[in-house]
Write a protein that binds this ligand. Structure first.
Ligand code: ZN
Length: 174
């Protein structure tokens, strides 16, 4: 077993940080990337979080499909990742849903098509970002029992004007 480095991982707190992790996932940025914030992390946390970060990028890009950057991300690296992992594309296609939209006063505003987000995966990445910023700001790790309110809300629906285009693409790409 390799010797511990002594520096603590900002995600799990174990004194085993051998690498630095991008607090805001690197893949959310187009090259050439700006200098991104990093914090010490262990390789095990990085590995475990990778699928959530992959999912998070898909979720964010789906909501940003009307924007040129979001569209390039969707048509480029995300489409390629679907080729490698068809299971995730199938799972996304089944999570595209239509919901009735109501105003806070209950007035029906129409149908909205969007991606029903996997709340646990999204929350895991949001939590990591908050922990990273806390570590950079204070130099210490956020206490492990810190509660996060993002996990107490319902499923997230990501919708935009381009969502029907998205629906077609997600279901027809193969
Ligand atoms: Zn860790």
């Amino acid at each position: 077993m390799p010797r511990a480095t002594g520096e603590s991982c900002y995600i799990c707190g174990r004194p085993d940080a051998r690498t630095r992790d991008h607090i805001f996932p690197e893949q959310l940025f187009e090259p050439p990337r700006p200098q991104l914030l990093t914090a010490p992390a262990c390789e095990s946390c990085q590995r475990q979080l990778q699928p959530d970060e992959d999912y998070f990028r898909i979720f964010v890009a789906s909501g940003a499909y009307g924007d040129p950057v979001g569209q390039r991300m969707w048509d480029g690296p995300i489409a390629r990742s679907f080729d490698r992992r068809p299971a995730i594309r199938a799972r996304l296609a089944s999570a595209i849903t239509s919901q009735e939209l109501h105003s806070p006063g209950g007035v029906y505003l129409g149908e909205l098509t969007g991606l029903l987000g996997e709340r646990d995966r999204i929350a895991s990445v949001l939590r990591k970002m908050v922990r990273g910023l806390y570590r950079l700001e204070t130099g210490t790790n956020m206490p492990p029992d810190t509660r996060s309110s993002s996990t107490t809300t319902g499923p997230v629906t990501q919708s935009n004007r381009a969502s029907s285009t998205l629906l077609d693409r997600c279901q027809s790409m193969s």
